[in-house]
Design a protein around this ligand. Structure first.
Ligand SMILES: Cc1cc2nc3c(=O)[nH]c(=O)nc-3n(C[C@H](O)[C@H](O)[C@H](O)COP(=O)(O)OP(=O)(O)OC[C@H]3O[C@@H](n4cnc5c(N)ncnc54)[C@H](O)[C@@H]3O)c2cc1C
Length: 278
């Protein structure tokens, strides 16, 4: 399913989006609120995620420069780029022998918009990562929700520790979409009712589900990204298979594409050595 309704990108509410300012409370009264004119917010539903590389200083030459200081002292980057075959060999050797620190002298900042359930898994990655996520205390959260697309496998088969996911039937997809959309709408209405009754955002947000989209900046280096990709993607060249949730894998795949473009030699060495972070 393609994007339905909104972009999920916060701060720019699409044309026609509006906000409830007079809502019925649980006991049936209506509450005036100190906000803009009476309008209604329309939830939107997405089955994709956003990953944008917003800032970077990341190149294969950063790895070479850091590695060669141990044998050659300081050198100019131009000097290092003169012999591509030697550079490729050195990067491969560092990756193979898990000499990891030369892969840390670079930086990539991503803007990510994804359901909260993805961020909950993402932020378990502690080392070599910095995060800043939008606040549900300082701003009203927008009603953008995750609904799995038609290509999302829906059914788990097999025993714990050894299972596979298989396609859902059209009927199962309908069950999922209908149930999620109904539940999302009701929880967001409740959220808005509380805000309209003067309840603080930090209290009212408790009713919102983990399918709500959030956004964050995540900054990492090639080494921490490789560790993340080794755990959060599935790949035919992986020596140690992982079984990530599909939604975090969708984010990982988009990050991987950006990184591969910036550091092609490092990326090739990562794959050639079984996608195990050095
Ligand atoms: C498929 C999958 C299923 C998962 N299921 C669950 C689950 O059911 N419940 C759950 O709670 N988590 C789960 N996790 C999260 C998982 O346990 C890790 O927290 C997460 O993958 C981050 O990995 P990490 O700790 O290696 O990464 P980072 O935090 O980035 O750490 C990187 C590396 O630094 C070292 N390191 C970091 N912190 C320490 C430390 N305190 N002590 C020693 N060494 C350290 C380790 O070598 C570590 O690999 C799951 C992860 C995956 C990929």
């Amino acid at each position: 399913m393609a994007e339905r309704g909104g972009s999920g990108r916060k701060g720019s509410r699409p044309e026609g989006w509006t906000r409830v300012v007079r809502a019925r409370s649980a006991v049936g009264r209506t509450h005036p609120v100190t906000d803009t004119p009476a309008q209604t917010v329309t939830p939107s539903f997405r089955s994709d995620v956003t990953v944008e590389l917003v800032k970077h200083t990341a190149a294969d030459s950063d790895v070479l420069w850091a590695a060669r200081v141990s044998t050659a002292g300081e050198q100019s980057l131009e000097e290092l780029q003169k012999d591509p075959e030697r550079s490729k060999g050195l990067i491969n050797y560092l990756m193979r022998d898990r000499h990891g620190s030369p892969f840390e002298h670079n930086s990539m900042t991503f803007f990510i918009s994804a359901p909260i359930l993805v961020f909950r898994e993402f932020m378990r990655h502690r080392v070599g990562w910095s995060y800043n996520e939008e606040s549900g205390r300082y701003r009203e959260l927008e009603p953008v929700f995750y609904v799995p697309g038609q290509d999302r496998k829906l059914v788990q088969e097999g025993r714990p520790g050894k299972y596979v996911f298989v396609d859902g039937s059209p009927e199962q997809h309908k069950v999922v979409s209908d149930a999620m959309i109904d539940s999302y709408r009701r929880s967001y209405e409740t959220y808005q009712e509380m805000l309209a009754a003067g309840i603080a955002r930090e209290v009212a947000r408790s009713v919102l589900p983990v399918g709500l989209f959030s956004s964050m900046y995540a900054t990492c280096n090639a080494r921490s990204l490789m560790h993340f990709l080794g755990l959060r993607t599935q790949h035919e060249q992986a020596k140690v298979p992982s079984f990530p949730q599909r939604e975090i894998e969708m984010v990982g795949e988009k990050m991987e594409r950006e990184w591969a473009r910036l550091m092609p030699l490092t990326y090739a060495a990562f794959n050639a050595n079984g996608r195990i972070a050095p």
